[in-house]
Write a protein that binds this ligand. Structure first.
Ligand code: GDP
Ligand code: MG
Length: 163
C-alpha cells in the first residue's frame, strides 16, 4: 500500500518544481501540448525508498481572470479529495499572502491532513517568510528548496510513516 500526496498552494510558489524533483521523468500522465491546461498532473514519485503518487495542481498559472479564485478553490478541493495527505506550499521569500490564507482556509475546512512547507528557503532570504508561515496555524513549516533539493530528507522523514 502506498499513499497519494497532493501538492497545493497558490501559483508560483514552486509546486511544479517540487513535483518534477519527486517524479523526475516518471510522469504517469503527460500533456505537454502548448495551450492545454491540465488541471491535475499525476506522477509516480520516488523519495529515498518511498514510492507514492504525487499530484500537482498545475494549470492555474494560465488563468488570470476573476474566475481564478473559484478555480483555485475547486481544483484544490479536488486534489485534497484524491489525496491522503497535502503538501501545502508557501513561498518563504514572498512571505504569507492573502492567497495563502485562502488556501489554508480551504484545507482547514476540508479537514485535510496537511504538511506545511515554506519553499525557496535556501539561503537567508526566506527566514522571515518561514516565521510568517507559523501564523497559518498549520504547525511548523518544513523548510524546502525545491530548486536546490534542500529539505528533502526532512520531507522523507515526515512521509515515511504514511508508506
Ligand atoms: P508553481 O506555479 O507553484 O508550480 O511554481 P513553479 O514550480 O512553476 O516555480 C515558480 C518559480 O519559482 C520558478 O521560477 C522556479 O524556478 C522558482 N522556484 C521554485 N522552487 C524554488 C526554490 O526552491 N528556490 C527559488 N529561489 N526559486 C524556486
Ligand atoms: Mg505549476
Amino acid at each position: 500500500m502506498s499513499f497519494t500526496l497532493a501538492i497545493v498552494g497558490r501559483p508560483n510558489v514552486g509546486k511544479s518544481t517540487l513535483f518534477n524533483r519527486l517524479v523526475g521523468k516518471r510522469l504517469a500522465l503527460v500533456d505537454d501540448q502548448p495551450g492545454v491546461t491540465r488541471d491535475l498532473r499525476e506522477g509516480d514519485a520516488r523519495l529515498g525508498d518511498l514510492r507514492f503518487v504525487v499530484i500537482d495542481s498545475a494549470g492555474l498559472e494560465l488563468v488570470e481572470d476573476d474566475s481564478l479564485q473559484g478555480r483555485m478553490r475547486r481544483l484544490t478541493e479536488r486534489a485534497v479529495d484524491e489525496a491522503d495527505v497535502c503538501l501545502f506550499v508557501v513561498d518563504a521569500r514572498a512571505g504569507v499572502t492573502p492567497a495563502d490564507e485562502i488556501f489554508a482556509d480551504i484545507l482547514r475546512k476540508k479537514n485535510a491532513h496537511v504538511i506545511l512547507a515554506a519553499n525557496k528557503a535556501e539561503g537567508r532570504a526566506g527566514e522571515g517568510g518561514v516565521l510568517e508561515a507559523y501564523a497559518l496555524g498549520l504547525g511548523e513549516p518544513l523548510r524546502l528548496s525545491a530548486e536546490h533539493g534542500e529539505g528533502m530528507d526532512e520531507l522523507y522523514h515526515i512521509l515515511r510513516p504514511l508508506a
